[in-house]
Write a protein that binds this ligand. Sequence first.
Ligand SMILES: Nc1ncnc2c1ncn2[C@@H]1O[C@H](COP(=O)(O)OP(=O)(O)OP(=O)(O)O)[C@@H](O)[C@H]1O
Length: 258
Amino acid sequence: MIMLSDVTVRFGSRVILDNVSLHFPKNRTTAILGPNGRGKTTLLRTLLGQQKMNSGLRHAPKIVGYVPQAVMLAHPYSALDIVVMGRAASLGLFGRPDKKEQNIALEAMARVGVAHLTDTPFLRLSGGERQLVLLARAIATGADVLILDEPAAALDLHNEMRLLDILTDISQESDKSIIFTTHNPNHALNVADDVLMMMPDGSTIHGTVNETLKTDNLTRLYGVDMQFIRLDNQAEEQSLVIPSFSLCRKCPAASVKF
Ligand SMILES: Nc1ncnc2c1ncn2[C@@H]1O[C@H](COP(=O)(O)OP(=O)(O)OP(=O)(O)O)[C@@H](O)[C@H]1O
């Protein structure tokens, strides 16, 4: 379980988190949605203890798996080195990674489909490959809480599907709590139990996907018209949500009906 209680974070006079209380329980996956610059990364960094709070309390487990949007490196580490680093917190200050740690890292790399990249210098990887290696690092921690900052942002469609499958798999292990940010509300529909909408006016809406992910909330969140499309030709009825601008603008009106 990871939580914030009455937390405020300001940058100068700008309030990013205003007396926020949030509780992310075990066995729940939460998608965080919000416009650019609203404070999603700041919220994740606050949960991780990396962001100074102006007030409030944070409670988190000792080890949290984290997939940041990017990492800065001064040393030419290989992809495997980066994933082995995920074991560091479990080893303590003087622990050195041994064969067992390396095997855990290799398993995590195989799980996300980057086993072929073990010896490649991390800084030579593409944006999507880096994201997958960082996902492997988070998995290798074995942490019960995983925090992922736009984990699908650089992924091709196949790897996006793999990511969503992996998140679904992990969420089915007991006692896991997954928190991720995304600009695609369909990721919330696909894998999340709960959604936290960080609204442009500074307020938040937090609840189950079924109760919260509604057209009017999404339209207010992004400032563009959103529409749910029901796909009832599936075994069970499913839906996806799209912004109205994604409809084909050049097609005859009849061809864009769903
Ligand atoms: N260390 C900092 N000092 C000053 N301002 C900051 C700092 N970190 C973030 N900000 C500002 O706080 C705001 C929120 O940033 P944050 O990265 O949390 O947004 P976000 O919701 O994750 O955005 P995006 O969707 O574009 O990734 C931004 O306007 C950003 O410029």
